[in-house]
Design a protein around this ligand. Structure first.
Ligand SMILES: Cc1cc2nc3c(=O)[nH]c(=O)nc-3n(C[C@H](O)[C@H](O)[C@H](O)COP(=O)(O)O)c2cc1C
Length: 170
């Protein structure tokens, strides 16, 4: 298959081992811009992105997701949904989580494009995170994404369902 996008998508993987090396400001700026440009329902942009690099901030996040590998990342981006701003469909379905997911994947692809590793993390203690970062009830943390240089060149194989299991002509 030809195309740069598929190469980028193919190169992104969940990186769970990081070098103790800071992320350059230009690379972080590139990631931020890619997140800012993400689409959202009715263009509400119902999100907040916290760049967490300080020792205090890192320790707060690390107490919400206690896996040794997670501690090694030089920075994290904490993504939250602002429920007061999200679009809600007529049948009551809120769309903030969908919007946030798009921004997070922009983040991960932008990081890969800059030669950086990243990993979606949703299995964290969201209640604790909300408290530690002083979020109001209308704000919900949905993903923590560590970002940094991968400490290994080994990229795990992509295990995915086959096309015929996923796509159907109707
Ligand atoms: C919504 C979402 C939540 C995830 N949460 C976690 C998590 O809490 N911890 C973790 O180690 N990986 C997490 N992952 C990473 C997945 O395990 C990973 O994307 C999947 O196994 C496919 O592997 P790949 O990303 O290397 O292609 C999450 C991924 C997604 C999309």
């Amino acid at each position: 298959m030809i195309g740069k996008l598929i190469d980028l998508i193919g190169s992104r993987y969940s990186c769970r081992a990081y070098l103790d090396k800071p992320v350059e400001e230009e690379k972080l700026a590139y990631i931020k811009e890619c997140m800012r440009l993400a689409p959202s329902a009715v263009n509400r942009q119902p999100w907040k992105f916290r760049i967490v690099r300080s020792r205090e901030g890192r320790e707060k996040l690390q107490s919400c997701y206690t896996r040794p590998w997670f501690n090694g990342a030089p920075l994290y981006i904490l993504v939250s949904v602002l429920h007061e701003q999200e679009w809600v469909r007529a049948d009551g379905k809120p769309h903030g989580d969908i919007d946030a997911a798009i921004a997070v994947e922009h983040l991960c692809l932008a990081a890969a494009d800059q030669g950086l590793g990243s990993c979606w993390v949703c299995n964290f203690d969201a209640r604790r995170c909300r408290e530690l970062f002083g979020m109001p009830d209308t704000e919900e943390p949905v993903a923590i994404v560590p970002v940094g240089y991968a400490s290994s060149a080994d990229v795990p194989p992509k295990t995915r369902k086959a096309l015929h299991e996923l796509f159907f002509e109707e």
